[in-house]
Structure formats: structure tokens, C-alpha cells
Design a protein around this ligand. Structure first.
Ligand SMILES: Cc1cc2nc3c(=O)[nH]c(=O)nc-3n(C[C@H](O)[C@H](O)[C@H](O)COP(=O)(O)OP(=O)(O)OC[C@H]3O[C@@H](n4cnc5c(N)ncnc54)[C@H](O)[C@@H]3O)c2cc1C
Length: 480
């Protein structure tokens, strides 16, 4: 019998996780393990996860932490031997820039939606109308008929009014997804919101019940264990270590090798040839762990549902990391600052900054005596201004905005600009059915789709997506 050969296109964390699963996961390879080849376009593994040296330590250029209440990322770290490097977040809460001042976010927020009326009412900066809307939802909830899917903005505006939608929910969800609540799908991004709205009655009470019943960030206040974790070598150390373990297992990892085409063949057991500039690899099955547009370009010609992946919107984001003099005064507590849409900036136009993270407050291993590390996030699906500035212009502009958000921020000792163009898939209304159609079409062709374009933006979701694709392929080519 010929040995099965699986090709994974894309060595971001989802492609690497797929390879891990294909080679036996925690148990390691067996006599049934197929030949696995991982082909990556760039000169390194990790995709949107990467680290660099900055201000005397190793910092992440992309994700700086991951949700630990979902097991996928922490489990993978443990399986590859990084359990000793897991670090729990050391700060809690955050501030919101509202009406010209920093306000402590109320407790009990579920992705920005309030569930604790008392805490909300005590939050400074919220207008009377916003407080009244919350009170009303709690005691006299508005009727609202929700469709199979709706935007997050539509639901929150209908139930809780515009004030809470744009002052609380937009900065929180918009910050994570680099998108707008008036475009993002509730069914994909925030299913508990859709479910709460469907039940009728108070949205705040429905989400409070959900938070109490579901392990996740919403239950942070009641459950045990850290909500977020990182690794002492940075989140970007996970793909590097994973790739080393995969090589030890015999996986072929090819860098600097963009896949240019997938060609169907008639060869028994190898329905695909995976082509690069200089090679062609026969494959029993192919896992496409690439951005949706790349996947569409490679296999869109074989089915309209796969072609449709090419029109899914994406957003870019930028991160400016600063080393600030130790004299800088940050708010007494919290992990950082959320900045609502259209917040006036120092130059007259609205701020580019969407959020600020106090890096060395969150992650104790990054603390040093002489400075403090702060990183500012810019970019949203409808705000590309950051991408038109040079690195120096972007750094200066964000530094000026930081002076408004943190008036006693101290001197900039060092800075680092990192750009992530088109890195964040926008899960717009209809995303779930688009993905289902594409997956059905892919499976029928011995292809699998994995990664942040499908099953959730975030490290744990991407790992889960890759491992699921790996399991499905094993089932298809080896059997149960
Ligand atoms: C700025 C930013 C901040 C984030 N912060 C967080 C956070 O704090 N916490 C969190 O959990 N998540 C965060 N995320 C999300 C998280 O980083 C992603 O969900 C995850 O890394 C996606 O992994 P992936 O493997 O699906 O995709 P990617 O990392 O995009 O990997 C895709 C890979 O495919 C390769 N490729 C493309 N075309 C080809 C081709 N033709 N041939 C071969 N290879 C190809 C690419 O080079 C890339 O390596 C953040 C994302 C961004 C952009």
C-alpha cells in the first residue's frame, strides 16, 4: 500500500497545529502516520505570531496573549513542552477614554455589553440616556424580533440604545476584530448576544446568565484560573517550538516557498499535485491554512463556494510599541485603555489609536526598572489612515495621541512599528453559512480549510481549527 501524503499550505499557527494533529498530537507518530509536508510562503513559521528583541527583552509583534479558558492554546503549549513558560496575566480591568477622561470600565461586561446595572450606573462619563437605556433593558426590556443573523450593532442598538453600543460595545469588539459592530455578525462573533436577543426580555440579564454558566472571559470574576496567558518567550515562540517538534517527527517544513497552484490528478490515492515555483508534491489530501483570499486564488476555480472566500472583507492593523521612561504615570490599575470611535485627537481629526495595552503590567516577566512598555493599536476595517503614514509619521502621531490619553506619559525611549495588512478577516453577516458552503465544497474535493478566516479570530480558535482539519484528514485517508 502506498503511504498517504498530506500537504498543508501555510505555516501559521493553524497549519502547524494541523501538522501536530496529523502526526499524533500528544501521543506522537505511529505506523499509520502519513507523510506530512508543510509549505510556507514567507521566510519563517508563525504567520501573524512573531517576536522580536526590543528594549532589552523579547516582545510579541502580533498577539501578545491568548485566552486560557479555552483549552486549545494552553493544551498545545503543554504538549510541546512549554508548560513551564506559561505566564498568567497579572492585571485586571481596563479604562475607557470617554468625554475627555479615563473612566474605569464597569465590572460585569460581556464583550462590552453590561450585565451589572449597579456597576454600569456608577461608571463615569456615560450620559444619562445610556444609563436610562440600561435601566430600561433591565426592568422594561424592549421587544425586538431578531433574524437568523444580524449585526452586533443592530441588536445592541435595538435593546440598549446607541450610547452603550458605541461607547462600550464598539470599542471592545471593534478593538478585538478591527471591525465595526454595524458590520460584524452576531451569529459568528457573539452568538450569546444573538441567543439573548432571541429569548426576548432583558439582554443584560440574559448575558449575565450566560456569563455565569459559560467558562470564558465573561466568567472571569467567578471561575478559577487565569483568563489570559502568554509565554515567557512571547506567543510567537509557540510556532517556532512547534515547528522544531514537527521536524523531529519527520514533518518536512519548507520556507520561502509560496504555493502557486493545486492541480487535480487521476493518480490513485493522490487526487492533488501541490505546485510551487520549482516543485510539485502529490497529495492524498490538502489542508489550506492560508488567508481566505489566497485559498480562493488557489482553489476557487474548482467551486463557486470556494471562490466566494476571495470576497470576504479583511482589515489591517498596526501596532506601535513604546518604551517609556519609568516616570510615566499610568492609571492605577488595569491592562490598558479602549478608545471609542471618533475620539477627537490632538491634530483635530479623530484618533488613530483604538486601544492601548500596558504590556509590562499585564506580563510581569517584561518588567524592568528603567522603563515601562506600552503598545498602541491602530486600524479598523473603515480606517486605513495609519497605512498611508510612514513608520516615523505613524510613531509620531501615535505618540502625540498617547500624550492626550496619558498626559503624564514621560519620554519615549524607544519605539517599534509593526504592520499587519489584511490580517483580520471580518466575520460579516452570513459568515457561518459562507464557511459551511465552502467547507462542504472543500471536503468533497479532499481539501480542508483551517485558520482564522473561518472558525474565530484568535490563537485558541486558530489552533482548534487546525487540529480539527488534521483529525478530519486522518479520518478520511486512514479511517477511524
Ligand atoms: C495585530 C493582531 C493582533 C492579534 N492579537 C491577538 C491576541 O492578542 N490574542 C489572540 O488570541 N489572537 C490575536 N490575533 C489573532 C491571531 O494572531 C490569529 O488568529 C492567528 O495567528 C491566525 O493564525 P492562522 O494560522 O490562521 O493564519 P496566519 O497566521 O495568517 O497564517 C497563514 C500563513 O499562510 C502563509 N501563506 C499565505 N499564502 C501562502 C501561499 N501561497 N503558500 C504558502 N503559504 C502561504 C502566510 O505566510 C502565513 O504564514 C491577533 C492578530 C493580529 C493581526
Amino acid at each position: 500500500m502506498t503511504r498517504s501524503s498530506i500537504v498543508i499550505v501555510g505555516a501559521g499557527v493553524s497549519g502547524l497545529a494541523a501538522a501536530w494533529e496529523l502526526t499524533g498530537g500528544a501521543h506522537g507518530p505511529s505506523e499509520n502516520t502519513p507523510r506530512v509536508e508543510l509549505i510556507e510562503a514567507s521566510d519563517r513559521v508563525g504567520g501573524a505570531l512573531a517576536t522580536t528583541g526590543f528594549a532589552g527583552r523579547t516582545v510579541d509583534l502580533g498577539a501578545d496573549g491568548f485566552l486560557a479558558r479555552r483549552a486549545e492554546a494552553t493544551t498545545l503549549c503543554e504538549e510541546v513542552g512549554l508548560q513551564g513558560e506559561l505566564v498568567a496575566i497579572a492585571a485586571r480591568g481596563a479604562s475607557l477614554w470617554l468625554r475627555g477622561a479615563l473612566r474605569e470600565l464597569p465590572t460585569g461586561l460581556v464583550l462590552g455589553v453590561p450585565t451589572d446595572l449597579g456597576a454600569l450606573v456608577r461608571t463615569g462619563g456615560l450620559g444619562v440616556a445610556a444609563r436610562m437605556a440600561a435601566w430600561r433593558d433591565y426592568y422594561l426590556p424592549r421587544r425586538y424580533r431578531v433574524a437568523a443573523d444580524a449585526t452586533i450593532g443592530e441588536i445592541v442598538r435595538a435593546k440598549l440604545g446607541r450610547g452603550l453600543a458605541y461607547q462600550l460595545v464598539e470599542p471592545m469588539i471593534g478593538g478585538i476584530q478591527a471591525g465595526r459592530i454595524d458590520e460584524l455578525s452576531a451569529a459568528s462573533v457573539f452568538p450569546a448576544l444573538l441567543e439573548g436577543a432571541r429569548r426576548g426580555g432583558s439582554l443584560m440579564r440574559a448575558l449575565a446568565a450566560h456569563a455565569a454558566a459559560t467558562p470564558g472571559p465573561a466568567a472571569a470574576a467567578v471561575a478559577d484560573g487565569p483568563v489570559f496567558c502568554t509565554l515567557t518567550g512571547g506567543v510567537g515562540s509557540l510556532p517556532r517550538v512547534l515547528a522544531e517538534r514537527l521536524r523531529e517527527r519527520g514533518v518536512v517544513v519548507r520556507l520561502n516557498t509560496p504555493v502557486s497552484a493545486l492541480r487535480p490528478t487521476k493518480a490513485e490515492g493522490y487526487p492533488w499535485e501541490v505546485e510551487t515555483a520549482h516543485t510539485s508534491t502529490p497529495a492524498s489530501a490538502v489542508i489550506l491554512a492560508t488567508p481566505g483570499a489566497v485559498t480562493a486564488a488557489l482553489v476557487g476555480g474548482y467551486d463557486p463556494a470556494l471562490r466566494e472566500l476571495g470576497s470576504v472583507p479583511v482589515a489591517g492593523a498596526g501596532i506601535v510599541t513604546f518604551s517609556l521612561s519609568r516616570a510615566s504615570q499610568l492609571p492605577i490599575s488595569g491592562t490598558g485603555i479602549l478608545v471609542p470611535l471618533a475620539t477627537p485627537g490632538p491634530s483635530g481629526s479623530s484618533m488613530l489609536t483604538t486601544a492601548v495595552t500596558f504590556l509590562d503590567r499585564k506580563w510581569p516577566h517584561l518588567r524592568r526598572r528603567d522603563d515601562t512598555l506600552v503598545r498602541a493599536h491602530v486600524g479598523r476595517s473603515d480606517d486605513l489612515r495609519w497605512s498611508q503614514l510612514s513608520d516615523d509619521e505613524l510613531r509620531d502621531r501615535v505618540a502625540e495621541e498617547l500624550s492626550v490619553l496619558l498626559p503624564q506619559r514621560g519620554e519615549v525611549l524607544d519605539s517599534l512599528v509593526q504592520r499587519w495588512p489584511e490580517a483580520l478577516t471580518q466575520y460579516t453577516v452570513g459568515h457561518l453559512s459562507r464557511v459551511e458552503r465552502a467547507r462542504d465544497a472543500a471536503s468533497a474535493l479532499s481539501l480542508r480549510l483551517a485558520g482564522a478566516a473561518y472558525d474565530g479570530v484568535g490563537v485558541p480558535a486558530s489552533i482548534g481549527s487546525g487540529r480539527r482539519a488534521g483529525r478530519e484528514v486522518l479520518f478520511e485517508v486512514i479511517g477511524p
